[in-house]
Design a protein around this ligand. Structure first.
Ligand SMILES: Nc1nc2c(ncn2[C@@H]2O[C@H](COP(=O)(O)OP(=O)(O)O)[C@@H](O)[C@H]2O)c(=O)[nH]1
Ligand SMILES: [Mg+2]
Length: 401
């Protein structure tokens, strides 16, 4: 270990470091990742400039709209932002006052319809968040027309009443006006996306989780995982996305052609690339930044612990005991199923370990993660083994069909 590494809690122990060739192999793997999502999610954020669109995008999706300047105009008045490391595309109207109401509504119609013509539903606009500032106290013709347009085109639209930090009579009255004027909206949600300072008074953000939940209810099922993954407002939803990554990876491992005699101790090394990829995606789902060396160190460093804790003999014999028709399994599937089980155990332990660190706001370090996985595995041994058994039974059922 180099001396400057000694104080670095993120340093990789030298016995777990990779050479360049190994790093390149992992590089290719991680760059060519298929995120495992059925479909990305495409959101249009509409509203006047200054009404809080960028602030909402930032607080909900962790995307800096204005600052990046990465957007490109798709239709006059609408900017498109393709997020590099999220299954998310955002569209941002430039502000209604730039164009007149007819032009704005026309631009949105053009965008929705042109996207809808594409056979691939991954290109469609899935939902519109219409931002209306609570402080503006004015509902415009363009707001009403946009809601009507979406109703006509059957695109869900939520009126997001931004900057809702006042709870006085006139705010309540404005909400009523919105409700009465936009009966076709799929929801009206007051939101304060970012903490508001009023002199010494601090008003905490609220409404984002409600907006997220309603959005999840309104978009196609195939896009829900992409939104859970991309959003940064609700940690529990991120955990759901991370668990989905584990399930997808475990199923991928079941499909690997591994020797029938797959022995957890002997062949588990074959799973390291898959596990590194899984760690990478879980980290993305949970918003953790760990470089590749550290992800690999964790996969390598914990493999033995996984095997020692619940892998090896215990897992194999205990699990097989409960499955009467295991003899009928194709031999390849036996190997794959055990591999999938190991991946599942590892991923579950990893989420338990880093999830707790992220929740409490500590930076996960390599050593701490490895320790936490070990303790998560021993504490939850029973659940882990029974979860793994379910996976195996499922694989066997699928195979019998
Ligand atoms: N404190 C606080 N400020 C907000 C909020 N939403 C918008 N703002 C402020 O309102 C101004 C305009 O917001 P912005 O997101 O840039 O609006 P956009 O033009 O629609 O993208 C900025 O100064 C924001 O900081 C919020 O939820 N809380
Ligand atoms: Mg903006």
């Amino acid at each position: 270990m180099r001396s400057e590494d000694r104080d670095d809690p993120w340093a990789v122990p030298s016995n777990l470091a990779l050479d360049n060739e190994e790093l390149n192999a992992v590089d290719n793997l991680v760059n060519n990742e298929a995120l495992g999502f059925d479909a990305p999610v495409n959101i249009l954020i509409a509203g006047n400039s200054g009404d809080g669109k960028s602030t909402l995008a930032n607080a909900m999706l962790g995307v800096a709209l204005a600052q990046t300047g990465a957007g490109f105009p798709v239709t006059k008045g609408i900017q498109c932002y393709e997020c590099k490391d999220k299954p998310l595309t955002l569209f941002d109207t430039e502000g209604f006052e730039v164009l007149d109401a007819d032009q704005t509504v026309g631009a949105v119609r053009e965008l929705i319809e042109s996207r809808r013509k594409k056979v691939d539903s991954k290109q469609h606009i899935h939902i519109v968040w219409l931002c209306i500032s609570a402080t503006s106290r004015r509902l415009q013709k363009v707001h009403i027309e946009l809601v009507n347009l979406c109703a006509q085109l059957q695109i869900p639209i939520i009126a997001v009443v931004t900057k809702s930090y006042l709870k006085d009579d006139s705010s309540e009255a404005f909400l009523k006006v919105i409700a009465n004027s936009l009966p076709e909206a799929d929801g009206i949600i007051p939101v304060l996306a970012k903490e508001m300072h009023l002199g010494k008074l601090r008003i905490a953000p609220f409404g984002l989780v409600q907006l997220l939940d309603l959005t999840l209810n309104l978009i196609p099922t195939a896009c829900q995982a992409a939104l859970k993954f991309s959003q940064v407002a609700d940690f529990n939803r991120k955990l759901e996305a991370a668990r989905k990554v584990v399930n997808v990876t475990a199923i991928a491992a079941v499909g690997l052609s591994l020797p029938a005699t797959f022995i957890p101790g002997g062949h588990a090394g074959l799973l390291i690339p898959l596990e590194v990829k899984m760690i990478h995606q879980i980290n993305k789902a949970l918003g953790i930044n760990l470089d590749k060396q550290k992800q690999i160190a964790i996969a390598k460093g914990t493999l033995g612990i996984v095997m020692a804790t619940v892998g090896g003999k215990l897992l194999f014999t205990e699990t097989m005991k409960f499955i009467p028709f295991v003899g009928q399994l194709a031999s390849v599937l036996v190997g794959g199923t055990i591999a999938g089980t190991i991946v599942k155990i590892f991923g579950t332990g990893y989420i338990a370990a880093v999830g707790e660190m992220v929740r409490t706001g500590t930076s996960p370090t390599t050593g701490a993660i490895i320790n936490a996985i070990a303790s998560a595995l021993s504490t939850h041994q029973h659940q882990v083994v029974s979860g793994a058994t379910t996976l195996m039974e499922e694989a066997i059922r699928n195979n019998k069909r």
